[in-house]
Design a protein around this ligand. Structure first.
Ligand SMILES: *Cc1c(COP(=O)(O)O)cnc(C)c1O
Length: 396
């Protein structure tokens, strides 16, 4: 960066954040392409093809729905579009994003029931089953696959089967898991599946990619409170690509070019290979963290996400000081907790270009140095030995 003054702050050397993440070089090249006029057939044809390529990655038949906003507003839009004032909603909260969805749902829902678990645990499908027994009229269920501020996964496949059997609609936030592990709309029988390029796809923040089922579209069309001529309208964008109408407003052309490059890179490398390097990086990192004497935040390691490792902050250590030390000494950027998890944990992202096992070694080195400067030396040698052993064992 040369155009703006960053005073005495050094540009990060390696960003191991929980997202957004550094983009793949191919994505940067994609975004350097010129900005075409959105009414021109050249752009419209390219847009259609990109939506189809997203569908290929999502493993759905219809072109994906691309929204011109970050996933957070896209999730708000999904809630506003789908949930009407006759709908009883079951919100599943195992973290900050899951909890947050309940507030959006409550704006339009008849009522919101909630299952909340401590933010280091996962939702138990049996509790979802029990909620349907108590309230058979539940119409919409929402769940976050990987609640990033906790680094934990929910069993969305099991939950999806229950919701589907009960004839309700399921919203799945897969923003920080899609493209980092095997998860697709069909795997969890999602009616609205939301992701974006700024996490495991190694693309820019700014867009959202959604898969919406026919029953979900029908529910939105029958929903009298579904927004129209609004940033929150999913129906406006569906009509644009399904009936050849003009876009509701100008798409983010440069970001669309970046999305194209990110999705193409994902498909060309091969989803299985991409998931495998995310999984190995996560595994190596968790092994290193435990061996150096720290504790994983997740109550059980099985629910620790392969795309982000959350580590319990030792009581005597302050999160901001730890992260600042890692950045000052090594130029390595980590993420703190957010909202309810702030001050309780810190996070090491393994998403996109940094989902490479060597970055587990980088994380252990930078953390070892940062903890040492704060007067808490850890067993860095044992941590690195554990990282390397995992990497060697992971070679196939
Ligand atoms: C990143 C993320 C989002 C989107 O947040 P933005 O602020 O729009 O980037 C939503 N859900 C989850 C689980 C996420 O990790």
């Amino acid at each position: 960066m040369t155009e703006i003054s960053t005073a005495q702050l050094k540009e990060p050397v390696i960003t191991l954040s929980a997202g957004p993440v550094t983009c793949y070089p191919r994505v940067l090249q994609g975004m350097s392409r010129t900005v075409h006029y959105d009414y021109d057939p050249y752009f419209q044809e390219a847009y259609e093809q990109i939506a189809k390529r997203c569908a290929e990655a999502l493993r759905i038949a219809e072109p994906a729905l691309i929204l011109q906003c970050e996933p957070a507003p896209a999730i708000e839009a999904a809630a506003a579009s789908l949930i009407g004032n006759e709908d009883l909603v079951l919100n599943l909260a195992s973290g900050v994003y899951g909890k947050g969805f309940g507030y959006w749902a409550a704006r339009t829902a008849r009522r919101v029931e909630e299952i909340e678990v401590p933010f280091n645990e996962a939702i138990d499908p049996a509790a979802v089953e029990a909620a349907f027994k108590a309230h058979p009229e539940i119409r919409v269920v929402s769940v976050v696959h990987h609640d990033t501020p906790s680094g934990t996964l929910n069993p969305v496949a099991e939950i999806g089967r229950i919701v589907h059997d009960r004839g309700a609609l399921l919203i799945v936030d897969a923003v920080s898991s899609f493209a980092g592990m095997p998860i697709h709309p069909k795997d969890c029988l999602a009616d609205v599946f939301i992701t974006g390029p700024g996490k495991c796809l190694g693309g820019p923040p700014s867009l959202s990619v959604l898969a919406v089922s026919e029953p979900a579209w029908a529910h939105m069309e029958a929903n009298p409170t579904a927004p129209r001529a609004s940033i929150l309208s999913l129906l406006d964008w569906k009509e644009a690509w399904r009936s050849g109408k003009d876009f509701p407003f100008t798409p983010s052309v440069a970001a669309i070019n970046g999305l194209e490059a990110a999705i193409s890179g994902y498909l060309e490398e091969g989803p299985e290979a991409v998931w495998a390097r995310h999984a190995l990086t996560g595994r190596a990192c968790r092994a290193g963290i435990k061996a150096m004497g720290l504790e994983l935040w997740a109550a059980q390691e099985e629910i620790a996400a392969p795309t982000c490792t959350a580590v319990t902050l030792p009581e005597e250590i302050e999160s901001a000081q730890l992260l600042a030390a890692a950045r000052r000494l090594f130029g390595v950027v980590f993420s703190s907790g957010v909202a309810n998890t702030e001050g309780k944990l810190f996070r090491i992202g393994h998403m996109g270009p940094v989902a490479e096992p060597i970055y587990a070694a980088v994380a252990i080195a930078a953390l070892g140095g940062a903890f040492a400067t704060l007067g808490k030396p850890l067993d860095v040698a044992a941590g690195q030995a554990a990282v390397l052993a995992e990497i060697v064992a992971g070679e196939v």
